[in-house]
Design a protein. Structure first.
Length: 210
């Protein structure tokens, strides 16, 4: 696989055989394409969950009440939508809506209420906000465990954001999270535990679900 628009696309040889060039590859369950767009990964994740729903229809018919259904959704369905989301976090609206449709379907037992208000009613965040939350948590772990960042303004753990021209870099985890991270307060980024940090960012992100 050749990445980047200016890649010379050289041939690679192993044991005398030229390696086949591919435009996409599945690694650890994530479909990575040479343009770093995540449409196929989103479609694959949604298709897999639809097939799962169809296989379990009889079982779900025996579940009464949205509380029990939500427990099953959070335990069996949502983890598939959030697996490795720091890598394949989609940025196109059509992909975001495709993923969000799974959660919209899971909350339909709450009748006569719009989707975002249903999420508030059952205590769920939209999946796009949860991916932002996941990015912030990963950044907190990196900053407090590996890097010692020197800053001049903002909180004591502020990150530097490089200018990017292409979407491949702009929407990568290491770049997309910088503005979000730098906007946090000093007391948030200096939390002494990951659970404390999760509580702080949940309060900050929660208004996006209303």
């Amino acid at each position: 696989m050749h990445l980047g628009y200016n890649n010379p696309k050289a041939d690679y040889v192993m044991d005398g055989s030229v390696l086949q060039c591919v435009s996409e590859e599945k690694d650890l369950g994530v479909i990575v394409s040479d343009d770093f767009k995540w449409e196929k990964q989103c479609c694959e994740a949604v298709k897999r969950l639809i097939d799962y729903y169809n296989d379990k229809k009889k079982f779900y018919r025996q579940i009464t009440g949205y509380i029990n259904s939500l427990v099953l959704y959070k335990g069996l369905v949502r983890p598939h939508l959030e697996y490795c989301c720091s890598v394949w976090n989609p940025h196109f609206r059509k992909d975001i809506e495709l993923i969000e449709g799974v959660q919209r379907r899971a909350t339909k037992l709450v009748k006569d209420v719009e989707h975002l208000h249903r999420l508030e009613h059952v205590g769920l965040m939209c999946l796009h906000t949860r991916r932002t939350r996941s990015d912030l948590i990963d950044t907190y772990k990196i900053i407090n465990g590996i890097y010692n960042v020197k800053t001049e303004r903002g909180h004591s753990k502020k990150l530097f954001k490089r200018r990017s021209r292409l979407d491949i870099r702009k929407f990568a985890f290491s770049n997309r999270i910088v503005d979000r991270w730098n906007s946090l307060s000093e007391c948030c980024v200096t939390c002494n535990s990951i659970n404390c940090f999760k509580s702080h960012i949940s309060i900050k992100l929660e208004p996006e679900t209303t």
